[in-house]
Design a protein. Structure first.
Length: 511
């Protein structure tokens, strides 16, 4: 069983989830919790180390986020990052100063080779800074361990009390060897052994789920997305045929996906999977509808109706599975965090299913961990690495009315784009890439004939969380190949454009 846990106290900075993910990447479990967690709760949690994150405040502000000074007497190693390090310096008697301007970006840094934190790290290095205040004087008992031109104490430590501070962001890739610094803190200072692996998680969870669910009936809504696929597979491994999964085929998935769900989960894994073919029903409800919000509403309502009909046939169950993941449950240091609820697509289900309890087997996992669990469970890469996909599916990638003809064109164009991006080896670095059918038709010539067809747009973005995104700099020759193939192979395609807008101001989807 897992014993090692690190507590990441969230002071509201933009990289906080990233810090937690980086800790877990080092095979150490951690939780991201608001900085207001009580000392009683912190003691009960029994962490092997505590990390203070960055945050937008200055320690001198009235009501600036702070901690109970008792935390420094716990004897548990502490690492303060950015605001976290300023807070340590300020609370323990050092001096924090305001700089005239904000320092943002890469900075040359010198690390002391003597510090446990910087073992095996190149001493003359590059780090990532994002701050205005800085630590001018370290508290007594502390030693400076890193310096930059602007920060006389970019790193400092008190090895007796096991308290460490760094002004820069180890969690950001621009800090060269940042992961080594975090590794050193976790393993050299906190004494971690690294028991958080997805193989361990699968073993533990299967045992826990088997105990909890044995002899019970469990129902899962399978969407074709990663989270529900992995959640269902995990539960299936624990209880086999007592799990029933319902897959509503609304006809709005990408090419080959509906078939793949049946092939992988029913035929290969032997899961008890019911496929409700509702393609006609969705298409006829969508006929003539052009407003994106109306489309979303119709699809959401229909989905629940179809699922309800299937659930009625199954009858009462003990548990309903939800694919909630960790970012959905994190309560940010600044209040409710504005992340996308990956499970909001099935949000209405609890009201139409006769069940006793909800079960969320992935609620401790970040998305990349969910994918790794999928790999551990032997799911194919095409399922595990699937891109984020909107619940209303291709309906919001067709501007205006959804018709079978447009769906066909979109599926084929989208498939070609996916194929070429994968061939170019770009599929892992691009967050989402897809085609869109616009509501503008333009003239083209094909052979001797004049054509008049809707413009097809290609959208590809890089992002870490879909809250902001940049358009992907796909090489011209890859774009050319995608465009040529779509024009040559897809019916009703005569003009292709590439979307070069970031989010904000644009959204990722076109709707
Ligand atoms: P936008 O278009 O708002 O999308 O920039 C942000 C991210 O959310 C995805 N998206 C959805 N995901 N259900 C989902 O699970 C939905 O209804 C939905 N709508 C948009 C979108 O693909 C992008 O990743």
């Amino acid at each position: 069983m897992r014993h090692e846990k690190v507590l990441v106290l969230d002071f509201g900075g933009q990289y906080n989830q990233l810090i937690a993910r980086r800790v877990r990447e080092q095979n150490v479990y951690c939780d991201l919790v608001p900085y207001t967690m009580s000392m009683k709760k912190i003691r009960e949690y029994d962490p092997i180390g505590i990390i203070f994150t960055g945050g937008p405040n200055s320690v001198y502000e009235k009501d600036a986020p702070s901690v109970d000074p008792e935390i420094f007497r716990l004897g548990v190693p502490i690492l303060g990052i950015c605001y976290g390090c300023q807070l340590i310096a300020y609370m323990l008697g050092g001096e924090v100063a305001h700089a005239k301007t904000r320092e943002y970006g890469k900075s040359d840094i010198h690390y002391s080779a003597e510090s446990a934190l910087f073992q095996n790290v190149t001493s003359q290095n590059i780090c990532w800074m994002s701050h205005t205040d800085y630590v001018k004087e370290v508290p007594s008992g502390f030693k400076v361990t890193a310096k930059t031109a602007t920060c006389p104490a970019a790193g400092f430590e008190d090895i007796e009390r096991k308290i460490y501070g760094i002004q820069f962001h180890t969690e950001v890739h621009h800090t060269i060897e940042g992961e080594k610094i975090l590794h050193n803190f976790l393993y050299n200072v906190c004494g971690a052994t690294g028991d958080w692996t997805m193989a361990n998680f699968v073993d533990e969870q299967v045992a826990v789920l088997r105990k909890k669910l044995s002899g019970k009936k469990v129902l899962c809504a399978m969407s074709g997305g990663v989270d529900s696929a992995v959640a269902a597979t995990l539960i299936h491994r624990a209880i086999g045929e007592n799990l029933t999964s319902v897959f509503v085929d609304h006809g709005l998935l990408r090419k080959g996906e509906a078939e793949e769900v049946v092939d992988v989960f029913r035929d290969r894994l032997g899961m008890n999977l019911i496929k409700a073919d509702a393609r006609e029903r969705f298409l006829s409800r969508l006929a003539g509808v052009t407003d994106p919000e109306k489309k979303r509403k119709i699809i959401g309502d229909e989905f629940i109706k179809v699922f309800e009909a299937e659930a009625k046939k199954i009858g009462a169950v003990d548990f309903l599975v939800q694919g909630t993941i960790y970012p959905d449950v994190i309560e940010s240091g600044k209040g409710a965090s504005a992340v996308i609820k990956s499970h909001h697509n099935v949000g209405g289900l609890p009201s139409v299913v006769d069940f006793k309890e909800i079960i969320e087997p992935l609620r401790d996992l970040f998305k990349d961990e969910v994918r790794k669990v999928g790999e551990e469970l032997g799911l194919p890469e095409s399922v595990v690495q699937r891109q984020p996909f909107p619940g209303p599916g291709l309906a919001i990638r067709i501007m205006g009315e959804v018709t079978e003809e447009k769906l066909q064109t979109l599926r084929d164009a989208d498939f070609i784009m996916r194929e070429e991006i994968a061939k170019a080896g770009l599929n892992r670095e691009i967050w989402q890439y897809f085609a869109v059918i616009t509501s503008t038709s333009t003239v083209g010539v094909m052979g001797d004939a004049r054509t008049y067809e809707p413009v097809i747009a290609l959208r590809a973005v890089t992002s870490v969380d879909a809250m902001t995104a940049d358009w992907a700099r796909i090489p011209y020759d890859v774009l050319e190949k995608i465009s040529n193939r779509i024009i040559n192979e897809v019916a009703h395609a005569n003009r292709i454009v590439y979307d070069i807008t970031s989010k904000p101001p644009a959204t990722i989807e076109w709707e």
